[in-house]
Design a protein around this ligand. Sequence first.
Ligand code: 13P
Length: 250
Amino acid sequence: MKKLIVANWKMNPMSLASAKLIFNALEKGAKKFSKQSEVVVCSPAVYLFSLAGKQIKLGGQNMFYEDSGAFTGEISPAMLKNSKCQYVIIGHSERRGYFNETDETVNKKIKGAIAHKITPILCVGETASEKKQGKTKEVLKRQVLAALKAVPQKKVKTSGLCVAYEPRWAIGTGDACPTTEAQTIKILLEKIIAQKYSRPLSQKMRFLYGGSVNGDNAQDFIQEAKFQGLLIGGASLKPAEFIRIIKKAV
Ligand code: 13P
């Protein structure tokens, strides 16, 4: 299975010229690892149409679930699809934390992405205070099951849906989740999927880790914690560091 390495640029960079510069550097660097990795850049929507590569696929960072209509400021699944996006991040903790994303809207968005043949990257993760209260497992189970409510196994399978574990406290803090802890969570997520759907599906699904990934720790999440991919924020804007991550991950 190829490792899925996803760049989440978030609200960066500030201009199309910078976006192209970073994208082209990533494109060039990723070429060497194209047999062992699938690389996706989730850029701000305004740049999507202007970015194109052979190695790197495109993804959205968020979307609304309706196809079109009077929803000022929103981007529909069809629009992402028409902008050549093959992936979309759904339920990122920054959306949940700052923009009132709920388990219910995440569920609608997952269904919307699948209906338009866009592969959803479903993000789940507990906050620091939930972790402190010992609620991690409960929160993850709730988030996964709510996101996949009334989504049939066949659709999950054909869409290639991935689940990304991004503990909120590890995002942008430089404080990545310890490997053994991440491994326990990976096993838990597999179990949740196996119980809801089946073991074969959980074995085929790609689970990603995200939260302060860098060139020094990337290998641990893949080799030791057994994740099939990584979701990278800050380091994905630094081409040399991002390529080092890919190299360590494959
Ligand atoms: P950082 O890699 O900057 O911690 O961000 C992780 C993230 O939120 C990716 O979606």
